[in-house]
Design a protein. Structure first.
Lengths: 427, 147, 223
């Protein structure tokens, strides 16, 4: 799942900071702890020297210091003569304090010395480290808070700074979504102080310009082709019309001229269909609006009213819902015109035409002289059933080309109850 | 890569072989440098020598260790000059102790004797009878208590 | 009635000219942008048939020039471009109507007459033939002064006959002009025949002196 670029970079930043700060905080804590205990130990060592000096000044001290009293040290006779009695040994111990009724942390120095007569004595000095331990605990908590604050600040600052920095990019994306092919000025350029975004903007503008040029030139080509194709046809048809004005023509000649004219008219119709197809393919039917298919179909049925009455077709028009689509209204008109026209053309005399509209589908069914059609063929260009020489075979092809533009619509053909059924459905 | 491995192997081999050569070995009193022998005669004439050890390590200078039969130890450098005197809780002959050091001890640690004395090119170290170690610079100025 | 035909395709120009002369119009022609501009700026016309694609410029620019300079001659644009945008653009610039090529002369005539009628100051706008009168503005048909009720398509059909009495109206032309896009079906199924049949019955019932005569099976004539 893709996430915003800000959050993406934030992830890495905060992970990196997590690691770096954790390592730093751990090292820092270790160093401080080391220092704190070094201080305590130095204090104990100093005390040792003072005690030894005093022991030499005042030999009674040795006898008076058999228990921990106000003086936090004891001097004991050494039972076994060990080689090195004056080695310093430090340790951390919890000692039960009756006045507090709980165990408290202490730092203890165990060492020894010799009295003036050379007799060895054990010396144990201790000091309470409650304060220091508290200090270390507070330090740890402070470091944690510091870490959290730093990480949060970085995330927040990042969020705002990156937000601002990426603003031009977001604007470019927004403008790009507003761009409509065929409308050259629908992409608004975005200026920004960021080199890469300007590059992006310029490249997009250039690309759009290129596309527009191609589109324009194709459009002009199509229009010119239309003109070049239609003009000779128009001339020929008009000349034939003038010829028909001549009332001295006999029947044979008149019929020939009329047939020639009708052939040319079929060519005109074919040209128009091909041009429509080309224009659709060239994205010349842009501009989507909300189109109510119900209205489109109702208008068409109205137009075809005469033909329907003439063929004695029973029309059943049922609207179960509002079928609305976001599409080009002209294309929708062409789409359904083709379908309904087919439904009438290929219908039986005194046959049936059923048009049903639901909120997500339009279903057109008609009775027909044909049995089930082959969906693989009927959408092919120029396919004509029953050698219908009046149809140019492009109708369903146009329908399909239009549907290709709208991925949320699709067509479904079926043969049910002896009726040809074409459904336009929303995905 | 192959050359590096070869070189390392050679170095390792040499080191171990040289190390094998560096051993402590016992020698006769007569093999001590003259100066050392004189020193012993002067300051411990009443005692007899228990053993004399020659120390010859790979990366340190040759030195001699002499143990007397009352337990005291003397260490001499390769020229026979004394390096360390350890009387094992008995006081060192006062004449051996530099004056400044003696004065300091009397002032700061009265009633204390010096039971061990060692010297090097940069400092003097003494151990007092109470067990504390003191460090002086080469000019016998007090530096610190080594605890 | 004086009409200016602006069209660079000479064969087409000649065809329109011949047809309109037969319909009793006075015709002038222009084949290029400069010619067209020159003529419209200096002479008034009852209608200008204006092609868009001209050598030397666009027919749209001729139209723009006319309107900017307050030349009031009505304009009927003839164009091979059949797109809605072009139609809308033309009408917005000030054209009175837009006819896409290829067109039937019958339709050209109907549009032309409609434009002229709309712009004419003087009175008589009705079409008469025998005892039938047709009022295009009101879309009313009267036989001997009595209104004849026709539905939309019947009226359109009859109107084309009344425009050119005694002239052959070919079936497919009628189908295309009256039923437009659905012409391909209309013509094939003798649909026109049944429409004509209904019309004839109504005319007869209303005691019209005219009738619609079938000609060789290819069309009909108002007689």
């Amino acid at each position: 799942m893709a996430i915003s670029v800000k959050n993406y970079t934030n992830r890495f930043v905060s992970f990196a900071i997590l690691v770096v700060m954790a390592i730093w905080a751990a090292l820092f804590y270790a160093v401080i702890m080391d220092e704190v205990y070094d201080n305590i130990d130095d204090g104990l060592k100093n005390q040792k020297i003072l005690i030894i000096r005093e022991a030499y000044n005042n030999p009674k001290l040795i006898a008076e210091s058999k228990e921990f009293g106000i003086n936090q040290f004891v001097i004991r006779e050494v039972k076994n003569l060990e080689e090195k009695v004056d080695q310093n040994a430090f340790s951390k111990e919890f000692i039960y304090m009756p006045y507090d009724e709980e165990e408290e942390p202490y730092r203890i120095l165990r060492t020894g010395f010799y009295d003036p007569s050379g007799k060895p004595y054990q010396l144990e000095i201790r000091t309470s480290t409650v304060e220091e331990d508290d200090f270390l605990l507070n330090l740890a908590i402070s470091l944690l808070v510091l870490y959290v604050v730093i990480v949060l600040s970085i995330l927040v600052i990042n969020h705002y700074i990156l937000g601002r920095a990426w603003q031009p990019f977001k604007q470019i994306l927004k403008n790009l979504s507003k761009y409509r092919f065929g409308k050259a000025n629908s992409f608004v350029s975005v200026e920004s102080p960021v080199l890469e975004f300007n590059d992006l903007n310029n490249h997009i503008s250039q690309m759009i310009d290129q596309n527009e040029k191609v589109f324009d030139s194709q459009k002009r080509f199509l229009e010119n082709a239309a003109h070049e194709l239609q003009t000779p046809l128009a001339v020929s048809i008009n000349k034939l019309e003038l010829l028909l004005e001549n009332s001295s023509l006999n029947e044979e000649d008149t019929v020939r001229i009329v047939e020639a004219k009708r052939s040319l008219q079929r060519m005109v119709s074919l040209n128009k269909s091909l041009l429509t197809l080309s224009r659709i393919n060239n994205q010349q039917y842009a501009g989507n609006e909300s189109v109510t298919i119900n209205a489109v179909i109702a208008d068409l049925l109205n137009d075809y009213e005469d033909l329907i009455a003439y063929k004695d077709i029973r029309l059943n028009f049922q609207q179960d819902g509002n079928f609305e689509v976001l599409a080009n209204p002209d294309l929708m008109q062409i789409l359904f015109s083709n379908l309904i026209s087919n439904a009438i053309k290929y219908n039986l005399p005194a046959g049936e035409l059923r048009v049903r509209i639901q909120s997500d589908a339009a279903i057109i069914s008609n009775t027909s002289q044909d049995k089930a059609l082959n969906p693989a063929y009927i959408f092919e260009r120029f396919y004509k059933g029953n050698q219908d020489h009046n149809s140019n075979g492009l109708g369903l092809s146009i329908v399909q080309t239009i549907l290709e533009k709208y991925p949320f619509l699709y067509i479904q053909y079926s043969y049910q109850d002896n009726m040809q059924v074409f459904e336009i459905k929303k995905v | 890569m192959k050359t590096i491995f070869k070189t390392l192997a050679v170095v390792a081999l040499l080191t171990t072989s040289m190390g094998a050569n560096a051993q402590d070995k016992l020698i006769d009193l007569g093999q001590l440098p003259k100066q050392a022998q004189n020193f012993i005669k002067t300051y411990s004439s009443k005692l007899s020598v228990a053993y004399v050890k020659l120390e010859d390590e790979l990366f340190s200078k040759k030195s001699y260790e002499v143990k007397m039969n009352d337990g005291s130890e003397f260490e001499f450098d390769k020229n026979g000059e004394w390096k360390e005197i350890d009387m094992k809780r008995k006081s060192i002959p006062l004449s051996l102790i530099p004056q400044a050091i003696k004065e300091y001890v009397e002032k700061s640690f009265p009633k204390n004797n010096i039971v061990k004395l060692s010297r090097s090119s940069s400092k003097y170290e003494i151990e007092l009878s109470n067990g504390l170690d003191l460090v002086f610079n080469s000019k016998c100025k007090f530096l610190r208590i080594d605890d | 009635m004086k009409v200016l035909i602006v069209e660079d395709e000479l064969a087409l120009q000649a065809g329109i000219r011949d047809f309109l002369i037969a319909e009793k119009f006075l015709i002038e022609t222009a084949s290029t942008y400069m010619e067209a501009l020159d003529k419209v700026m200096n002479y008034p016309y009852d209608c200008v048939l204006l092609d868009i694609m001209l050598p030397g410029g666009s027919g749209m620019d001729v139209l723009k020039e006319m309107r900017v300079n307050q030349i009031k001659s009505p304009v009927l644009i003839l164009s091979a471009k059949d797109s809605v945008e072009d139609k809308v653009a033309g009408l917005e610039i000030g054209a009175d109507d837009y006819l896409a090529k290829p067109f039937h002369f019958a339709e050209l005539l109907a549009r032309l007459k409609s434009i002229i009628r709309r712009n004419a100051q003087d009175g008589e706008q009705l079409l008469h033939y025998k005892n039938v009168s047709l009022n295009p503005e009101l879309r009313e048909v009267k036989i001997d002064g009595n209104p004849l009720v026709l539905n939309r398509k019947e009226y359109d059909l009859f109107y084309y006959f009344m425009l050119r009495p005694n002239k052959l109206q070919e079936k497919s032309t009628l189908a295309e002009t009256v039923w437009g896009d659905h012409a391909d079906q209309a013509d094939n199924l003798d649909f026109i025949y049944s429409q004509i049949k209904n019309l004839r019955k109504k005319l007869k019932t209303a005691r019209a002196d005219c009738d619609l005569q079938a000609v060789y099976g290819v069309g009909y004539k108002l007689i």
